[in-house]
Design a protein around this ligand. Structure first.
Ligand code: UD1
Length: 363
């Protein structure tokens, strides 16, 4: 029997582990335990995802908090090391690129526990972003690297990772979406919010590069106000973004009859909102993939993406606050696109991950 920790911490982790936990629970040779670092702790940033995704409560919640990156990462490492010392698992599985991913991988490797990284190999080659550092360091110490796409495998090989450690498994986010697609379709969030399906724009923003700089945030808010003269905007506001909007005195500028500022939503509600939208404007990573898969146009307010396949084969386009309005107008008038057909984005990634772990863990 292989005891495996699956470590989660922040919102984008929860949907990624749900299909994996489910697939592992059906296997007799592996016993998965969910470990929550506590990085995200609010009801609507964490608990809502566990109930939506049918995840059991975590076996342990480390409750680790920290105001800065170093403090947050260190708090998770210290708490997780204590847990690992109390009972070492055979494998530690980390997902994505958040501080919890890096912290758990480091704590485990220092105790010589093998680490597997789900969503390995994504790079945007911009080391000013905290996620890029988390990705590079986590991949460099992982024993097993589960890549979502061919470009991710190439990045890993270029960095000198032993090809025997890399398995191309596909995109786990598509498993999560397909697992819940019926529930998502029935959720009818647009109707519940009282907005016309197919005729509104969903906005999400939280990256430090966009929201921490008051000048950049002002440019984005002004672009959204302009867009609101011709489109309804629904904007679930991330807690850090709300704080930054308030600090910069910009909340008032978003008071507009066509702009709905709402609280962050759970997975099913949010995906329902996206599914019936005309366009999504975001700086998230996962949403670029989800919109590409469904065929909803996506404008990403960043200068680069670690998910280039969403641009070459999907519906994604990079924009600045200054190019946003024109790009949005074109995307809305063009209408929905055909869902993207990207290799291994097929809902079977979790079973490929389980098969890969069986090959490596039982060696
Ligand atoms: C983190 C990830 C980012 C991911 C994002 C999704 C890192 C480096 N960043 O950024 O990659 O896309 O999660 O949300 O790991 N807060 C709450 N309640 C919560 C969580 C956060 O109020 O449940 C507030 C707190 O004020 C906190 C701030 O949001 O200090 C930022 O949270 P943090 O986890 O540090 O980073 P995110 O911006 O959420």
């Amino acid at each position: 029997m292989i005891n495996a920790h699956i470590v989660v911490g922040a919102r984008p982790n929860f949907m990624k582990v749900a299909p994996l936990f489910r697939a592992m629970s059906h296997e007799s040779w592996i016993k998965p335990a969910l470990i929550h670092t506590g990085q995200h702790y609010s009801e609507n940033m964490s608990d809502a995802f566990f109930s939506d995704l049918g995840l059991p409560p975590p076996a342990f919640n480390l409750g680790a908090r920290g105001e800065t990156h170093a403090r947050q990462t260190a708090a998770i490492m210290i708490a997780y090391e204590d847990l690992l010392l109390a009972g070492k698992p055979d494998w530690v599985i980390v997902v994505g690129d958040v501080n919890s991913t890096l912290a758990a991988a480091l704590a485990a490797k220092k105790l010589n526990i093998p680490v597997a990284h789900l969503e390995a190999g994504l790079r945007n080659f911009d080391r000013t972003l905290p996620e890029e550092i988390n990705r590079i360091v986590t991949d460099s110490i992982s024993d097993l690297l589960w890549a979502p796409s061919v470009d991710a495998c190439e990045n890993l090989r270029r960095e000198g990772v032993d090809p025997a450690k890399i398995d191309l498994v596909g995109n786990i986010m598509i498993d999560s979406y397909l697992m819940l697609s019926e529930t998502i379709s029935q959720a009818s969030m647009a109707k519940r919010i009282g907005i016309p399906a197919g005729k509104y724009v969903v906005v999400t923003l939280h990256r430090p590069a966009n929201v921490d700089d008051p000048n950049m945030l002002t440019r984005i808010v002004d672009a959204l106000r302009q867009l609101a003269t011709s489109a309804i905007i629904v904007f679930p506001v991330h807690p850090r973004t709300r704080t930054k909007l308030e600090m910069a005195g910009l909340i008032g500028r978003l008071q507009h009859e066509n702009i709905r500022l709402i609280e962050p939503m759970g997975y099913v509600a949010f995906m329902s909102l996206v599914q019936s939208s005309a366009l999504v404007i975001t700086d998230s990573g996962g949403i670029q993939e989800e919109t590409s898969y469904i065929g909803i146009p996506c404008l990403t307010l960043r200068t680069n993406t670690e998910r280039p396949i969403t641009i070459t084969l999907g519906t994604n386009q990079l924009v600045t606050p200054e190019t946003l309005l024109d790009a949005a107008t074109v995307a809305i008038s063009r209408g929905p696109r055909l869902p993207s057909d990207i290799s291994l984005w097929d809902g079977h990634t979790a079973s490929r991950v389980v098969a890969s772990l069986a090959r490596h863990a039982k060696m």
